[in-house]
Structures are given as structure tokens and as C-alpha cells.
Design a binder for this molecule. Sequence first.
Ligand code: SAM
Length: 199
Amino acid sequence: MENEDIFLDTVLKFHKEDRWKDILKLNEKSDKDCAIKILWVWPSEENLDFLRKICDERNIQGVISVGCGSGLLEWILSKSLGLDVVGYEINKQWWESKYSVPTFIKLRYHDQSVQENVLDPRYALLFCYFNNGPAFLEYIDNYKGNTVIIIGPSRGAGRHTDPEPFKANFGGMKWRLYGYQEVKDTKDFIVVYVRLCDN
Ligand SMILES: C[S@@+](CC[C@H](N)C(=O)[O-])C[C@H]1O[C@@H](n2cnc3c(N)ncnc32)[C@H](O)[C@@H]1O
């Protein structure tokens, strides 16, 4: 069996056994290529504590993750934060094909345009390594809640996302930076924005 298969099998085994902390330990230094195939950003427990604090401060009831991919981060968030976490993707056919990586939550699909009523305003909206600026704007327009979390690379990381965490284009001036934390020492950041009218 290839190393990559062994890695994935171990993640799947720990997922089945509810061992999210052990999953994080499999890529503690964020240096394994086989790990990136199932999740771009592997947080530390400190990062999860940061997110828990944000959710407490903002009275967040859950997280809607757009472009969740395999949903591994979302599953870890649901376990570590103790919140409902839902994940949206496009291209159901791909994600349900034998070629896709396994999924760790039940994915929901947004192949048509985003409906306002599916974006619960009590939930934070999360984009991790999202790669579609126009779609980001559409989600923001349809989201009536007040907390957006963007995870992605800072300048110098050698990677690109749209939106960029520190230069997100919200299509106006209605959002302000609330807090941020680096993901270990990866030059990836978790960046939190809140609506301007919110303190
Ligand atoms: C680079 S991947 C990141 C996946 C995952 N968040 C991660 O960090 O491993 C970006 C994902 O966004 C999804 N995506 C792109 N446009 C989307 C849209 N309009 N709605 C939902 N997901 C979308 C893509 O299918 C892709 O899986």
C-alpha cells in the first residue's frame, strides 16, 4: 500500500472512531502532501480555541462552510466547537463519483444561484481556500448574518485564493476586520470579519 493510501486509511479510521485530535496529529507540521489532498489547511488546537472564542463572543450558533471540499475541516470544527457545521459544494456528480476523495460530512450542493433562506443568519459564513471571487460576493450578498471567516494564505505564502484573507473584496464597505490568527507557522491565516454596524 502506498504511503498516501495508508495516510487516508488512518484518517478514515480515526474519523470513524471520532478521534479528531488524533487526525490533527497526523499532519501537525502541515508538511504532508497527502494531507493537502483532503484538506488545504490543517489547524492546531490553538487555532480551534481561537475560533471557539470568536464564536462565543459573537454568539454564533453554527458554521456554514462554502466550498468545503472533503468536509474534513468542517467535521473537526463540529466536534471541537460543539456547533452545527454545514458544508456546501458544487458539482455533486464529481463529489459522488469514485474519483473524488472521501467526504467526512454530508455535503450540500449549490449548483444554482445561492438562496438567501439557506444561509442562516445565526451562523458564521466560512470560506477556506475558496477560489471563486464572484461566487464569494454572491454568498455575501445573500448572507444576512454578521460574521464571515476567511482562511487562506497571506502574502509570501506562494499560494493564492479568492478572496484573499486580508484583502477580501466584499463589494462595499460594510465589513471590518475583527480578528485573525496564523495557522501554526504556515503563513495561512484565519481572518474574521464582522458587519460594520456590529461592535
Ligand atoms: C481549493 S478548494 C478548497 C476546499 C476545502 N475548503 C479545503 O480547504 O480543503 C475550493 C472549493 O470551492 C468549491 N467551490 C467553488 N465555487 C463554489 C461555489 N460557487 N459554491 C460552493 N463551492 C464552490 C470548489 O468546488 C472547491 O472544492
